[in-house]
Design a binder for this molecule. Structure first.
Ligand code: BGC
Length: 908
């Protein structure tokens, strides 16, 4: 039997609203082995029995199809029906509904701006303040209350459907008749607002009644006016809060009613201040009961002026908003040695706390959030810089009450509770974990708990850093640092179904690209980062800005989606053109090699960021690592970006470009070899990172590869068996060893548990991945780095690739190799990975005295080549039904298509 599952539309919005031409996708399931799709047919219609709007039929194994039909009608429910055929003559059908967005319906509403104090402009210095935040010293007098807006309107005729569209300058929470519309938090999320301000679409049919209805909005500073980013500067986009909303009601008689945001009234309310980083202060005594329902009398509220027409920067949001992903109970509340009451969320998260309390009116409860305790087990602030308090204040009304903030979020595990009436219990609190809902599709389990824990920690750091855009961390910066996601993307795409999220962010990268092609190192590029860049000497950096080329390539490799290459290609070329122009500015560096001595190579760069050996030196600052390593990191990444672009040009059939970028790669490679390799093939650098990148990016001469890998091993040995690589080289470290005959050393490095090392973090009790290997030092002292940074979690992909052994033999995993890491010392590994064709499951066991066992589940449409040492089977590879097997160069090689298989070795 052939079946269809996971029918989906790429980049669908809130409640399946479609904002742009889409790509349909599905996977097939079959009980029969060796199944491949031979063709499909898609029919798109307005209703089940209506005539087709679009049909397409293809004879192909591809389980994705781009929509190429006519423009769809706005706010219309469509059904897409799929029929797929396989090579056994079977047929499967599936269908799914979706609703289009408002598309080109012009806005009748205009921006409205409640009467408010302007936000205070905090012009903090462009160079970050490195002291650790201390909220007790913070003067909050410049902070302002959130705005509450409401409007009642009448629905006179019976209606069929109703939608709300909304966005804000600031962040907003929408209500209809007292109930929340949708599940989104921190709306509209962050984006390069001036270029593209996302609006959200909500199906509110079930929330409206005939007669009088009320819409309510709460508005706070958010990314627009709040104190954000590294420097904690405010008013990055503006100092006034405003919002825009519109309701469209479809009546049963076919007519349409539009409710605009005109004639709203506003007031301040219980939210006395709300800042995305600093925290929220809520005085429940100021609550106005049922303010967002029609029963409320708003005579004391002020009219909200209309300030201007909706501009063309409005775009329907692509994909989901941030949501509460999980609600969990704290694992413990106790008194720390210094007598403070602290709650332990059990793991490091991004989010906030919901509290329930019974108290007399006016009790002030203060919640301070931190990712770590100090070495004595007391609460400590670990976040550096200004305006990073992470403090929520709740002032009670009389009686029993429950509250959570909605206009701030924190990175934390521990919460210090002050002002609580009596000793609180865990029942009084709920940890609300937030993030963008990206489905977890990867699982990894083995017989070493530490690796399983590492895998969980990686997933947690991912979850805490997909907050509207991929961020570096959820506390200090909450910023879209480009290298972090570039390094992490292969892991993200292995663990989850997150390609749509990365593509949405790539749209923002293109919007932030400068006229001259420059791609900034943080996206969205908040003005403070521009100033920071100017102070440092540049707004772009090798390895960071290369994201525009290397990230689409990662997505292509993992999904086979050529569209992402096509869509970003012009931006990639403009970025490369920027580099080439800079490389032609050699005058200032005359005398040296023109390929390496020029304005690009010698300019500002973050280099191989945070090399642990450099950071361990007394009084070291992160830029020391940048300066010491940019010599190798910049040409290596520039060469690799040129080479990747050449491959992209090849895929897209751009022959001239392909040759041009290939030549550029070779030019840089030649210069790099001259500088970093002596005639005997020895690497002339003491950095592990230089060896790693030389190997990973094909820069080491062929005949020097062995020696380079050997040198890397010697450098590791000299470093007490530990890695010493920065952000840019660490993702390639284990492959550089394993692919060059040093597999045993790669395993040793992964499994060793001293600092710096992945399992060191695990052994220290980490529940997420840290920014710095020594956030907790061997002597127990705690650092003020981020404890929730996914960058070093880039090793996640390696667990699947080398321990489970799942490798693509072509982009999109249509053909795969399975080469499990049976020499890793592990006895059992089980991994599941969602390939574009469906779920792949690999499980192997190698227990002393027992035969090797491997179970495989290969999805429909995938062809696998399984390679295992022949020694597991005696002299011949076993004969397995449905598999073609033979022994080649000491390896037993099995070829097969989809289905479930069991491979058994001989007793060892
Ligand atoms: C961020 C990093 C980022 C870096 C740039 C840091 O402050 O947290 O992860 O890539 O700056 O070097």
């Amino acid at each position: 039997m052939l079946g269809v599952s996971r029918m989906r539309i790429d980049r669908c919005g809130e409640t399946d609203f479609l904002s742009r031409p889409a790509e349909f996708g599905w996977i097939l399931l079959s009980g029969r082995r060796q199944t491949v799709q031979t063709g499909f047919r898609i029919v798109l219609a307005e209703e089940e029995r209506a005539a087709a709007v679009w049909e397409t039929e293809e004879e192909t194994g591809r389980t994705q199809a781009a929509y190429t039909g006519p423009d769809l009608k706005p706010l219309c429910r469509y059904i897409w029906k799929l029929e797929a055929y396989d090579n056994h003559g079977e047929r499967a059908c599936g269908e799914q509904y979706f609703t289009t967005g408002r598309l080109d319906i012009p806005w009748k509403s205009a921006w409205i701006e409640p009467v408010q104090l302007s936000a205070a402009k905090e012009n903090v210095p462009a160079v970050p303040d490195h002291c650790v935040a201390d909220p007790d010293l913070h003067d909050l007098s410049g902070f302002r209350p959130a705005q509450y807006l409401r409007k009642s309107f009448n629905i006179a005729a019976p209606f069929q459907k109703a939608y709300l569209f909304a966005t804000a300058h600031g962040i907003y929470l929408p209500y209809i008749n007292g109930a929340r519309a949708g599940k989104g938090e921190l709306l509209p999320g962050t984006a390069p607002y001036h270029e593209e301000l996302p609006f959200q679409s909500f199906d509110i049919t079930g929330l409206l009644n005939m007669g009088e209805n009320t819409v309510g909005m709460v508005l706070a500073d958010g990314w627009w006016a709040g104190r954000i980013g590294l420097m904690g500067r405010s008013c990055e986009y503006g100092d006034r809060l405003a919002c825009l909303f519109e309701i469209i009601v479809f009546n049963e008689d076919g007519s349409r009613q539009t409710v605009t945001d005109e004639n709203c009234r506003s007031s301040e309310g219980p939210i006395r201040s709300a800042d995305l980083f600093v925290g929220e202060c809520y005085d429940a005594r100021m609550e106005a009961d049922a303010w967002n329902t029609r029963a409320f009398q708003d005579c004391g509220w002020k009219p909200v002026p209309v300030i201007g027409r909706a501009a063309d920067n409005l775009h329907s949001q692509k994909g989901s908003s941030v949501q509460i992903l999980e609600k969990r109970k704290p694992v413990r509340i106790w008194k720390t040695p210094n007598g403070e009451t602290v709650l332990d969320a059990g793991e490091t998260v991004a989010g906030w706390i919901e509290l329930s309390v019974t108290a007399a009116a006016g009790t002030k409860i203060i919640l301070d959030h931190s990712e770590t305790l100090d070495r004595n087990g007391n609460f400590m602030y670990s976040v550096r810089g200004r305006n990073k308090d992470q403090r929520d204040i709740y002032i009670t009304r009389e009686g029993a009450q429950t509250w959570q903030p909605h206009f701030t979020y924190h990175g934390f595990r521990y919460v210090r509770i002050r002002g609580w009436p009596g000793m609180p219990s865990a029942d009084s609190f709920t940890v609300c974990v937030i993030g963008t809902p990206v489905e977890k599709t990867g699982t990894f389990l083995c017989d070493d708990w530490r690796l399983n824990r590492l895998h969980e920690n990686i997933w947690r750091s991912q979850r805490g850093n997909l907050v509207s855009v991929p961020t570096d961390c959820p506390q200090r910066e909450k910023a879209g640092w480009t290298a972090d996601i570039l390094l992490y993307a292969p892991t993200l795409l292995t663990l989850s179904d997150g390609a749509w999220f990365l593509k949405r962010w790539l749209d923002y990268c293109r919007l932030e690209q400068r006229e001259n092609g420059l791609i900034p190192f943080v996206i969205p590029f908040y003005p403070q980062y521009r100033d920071f860049g100017r102070r440092m000497g540049g707004e772009a950096s090798a390895g960071w800005s290369d994201v525009i080329v290397l990230l689409p390539w990662s997505i292509y490799e993992m999904t086979g989606d050529e569209g992402v290459l096509q869509e970003n290609y012009p931006a990639m070329k403009r970025w490369m053109h920027y580099i080439e122009t800079k490389m032609s500015e050699t005058a200032a560096y005359a005398g040296g090699d023109p390929v390496l001595e020029n304005a690009w190579m010698k300019g500002f760069h973050f280099g191989d960021w945070l090399v642990p050996g450099i950071m361990a030196k007394k009084n070291a600052v992160p830029m020391d690592s940048a300066k010491a390593t940019k010599d190798y990191a910049v040409p290596a990444y520039t060469a690799w970006t040129a080479r990747t672009l050449s491959e992209i040009a090849h895929v897209l059939g751009r022959k001239e470009d392909e040759a041009h970028y290939r030549l550029l790669y070779e030019k840089i490679r030649t210069a790099y070899r001259c500088k970093f390799f002596d005639e005997g093939g020895q690497v002339k650098s003491d950095f592990q990172g230089a060896c790693v990148l030389s190997l990973a990016f094909g820069l080491a001469p062929k005949e020097a590869r062995q020696e380079t890998a050997g040198r890397l091993c010697r450098l590791i040995a000299k470093n007490h068996g530990c890695l010493d690589t920065g952000f840019l080289s660490v993702p390639y470290l284990l492959d550089a060893l394993a692919d060059n005959g040093k597999e045993a050393e790669a395993y040793k490095l992964l499994f060793q548990d001293r600092c710096p090392g992945w399992l060191y973090m695990v052994e220290q009790g980490a529940t997420t991945v840290w920014e710095s290997w020594d956030c907790v030092q061997p002597d127990g002292s705690k650092g003020s780095y981020s404890y929730n940074h996914f960058a070093l979690g880039c090793v996640g992909a390696w667990l699947y690739r080398s321990l489970a052994g799942i490798r693509p033999l072509e982009p999109g995993f249509g053909k795969i190799a399975v080469m499990p890491g049976i020499d890793s010392g592990l006895k059992h590994v089980r991994a599941e990975q969602m390939l574009p064709q469906g779920k792949l499951c690999v499980e192997w066991e190698l227990k002393p005295g027992e035969p090797f066992v491997m179970r495989l589940e290969i999805p429909v449409g995938t062809v696998a080549r399984i390679c295992l040492p022949a020694r597991l089977f005696g002299t011949e590879a076993p004969d397995i039904e449905g598999m073609d097997s033979r022994v080649e160069n000491g390896m037993a090689v099995f070829h097969t298509g989809s289905g479930k298989y069991l491979i058994k070795g001989q007793k060892s």
